[in-house]
Design a protein around this ligand. Structure first.
Ligand SMILES: Cc1cc2nc3c(=O)[nH]c(=O)nc-3n(C[C@H](O)[C@H](O)[C@H](O)COP(=O)(O)O)c2cc1C
Length: 220
């Protein structure tokens, strides 16, 4: 039996049991299907459905007064570990640690929010260095092959998260497609490890990869 962690988006409508149990948006299952088909459908539906509190919730989610203190509050109401996602700088990583998060996810949210934000792999190392092994650092964004996972681990990530490849597998072949994507990535990682002389994950070290910065340093 293999276990995989599914990270549900705050605005996700895909997990029926969770949504139905909570149903803060007060929508029917067909509404959820409409969302999965197209964003435009969602907007049309919201405009028509006076009963939905989606807009209010979205406004709350993007509250400009949100700040680090809110993470402290979140910590005060739960004993669950809190991981903060979207960290791209050493400064934010240090702040997150000071506030007491259990882990960091280096991410630019799939490069969908802000043009010219750095690719997460390019800032991973500075975040790892700032964290200094005190809490786990995970990464997502652009992981498409086993070699990408290998690079992330070599640069100090504890694990990677996968976004769109899973969705593509799901769209192509449903549950089997998702399973295949995970199997393929795992097989590619194992092959990369074998060809790099790494029998275990612990054997993957910083010296196995060369970054742009390394190349520049060579020229100095
Ligand atoms: C359709 C879609 C919706 C997303 N919604 C959110 C979101 O609500 N919150 C969030 O933090 N990230 C969101 N993301 C970003 C993912 O959580 C994740 O960071 C990203 O997809 C990982 O990169 P990858 O798709 O290249 O693997 C979304 C990504 C996609 C493709």
């Amino acid at each position: 039996m293999q276990y995989h962690i599914y990270v549900l988006s705050l605005c996700s409508f895909s997990c029926r049991s969770v949504i139905c149990a909570d149903n803060r948006f007060r929508f029917s299952w067909s509404f959820a299907v409409a969302y999965l088909c197209s964003n435009t459908n969602l907007l049309v539906f919201v405009a028509e459905d006076k009963g939905s509190s989606l807009e209010a919730f979205a406004a709350e989610t993007h509250d400009p007064s949100l700040c680090w203190k809110d993470i402290e509050w979140l910590r005060s109401i739960t004993s669950l570990p809190i991981l903060i996602k979207g960290v791209l700088t050493a400064e934010d990583a240090i702040k997150a640690m000071e506030i007491g998060v259990a882990g960091i996810v280096v991410s630019n949210h799939g490069a969908r929010q802000l043009d010219y934000s750095p690719a997460s792999i390019t800032v991973l190392e500075q975040v790892v260095r700032a964290v200094g092994g005190k809490i786990p650092v995970l990464i997502d964004g652009g992981v498409r092959r086993g070699t990408d996972i290998f690079k992330a681990l070599a640069l100090g990530a504890q694990a990677v998260l996968i976004g769109r490849p899973i969705l593509y597998g799901l769209a192509a072949k449903g549950e089997y497609g998702v399973q295949r994507v995970i199997e393929m990535l795992k097989a590619e990682l194992e092959l990369t490890m074998a060809l790099s002389g790494c029998p275990t994950l612990k054997d993957i070290t910083r010296s196995h990869v060369r970054t742009e910065q390394d190349r520049l340093n060579c020229r100095l």
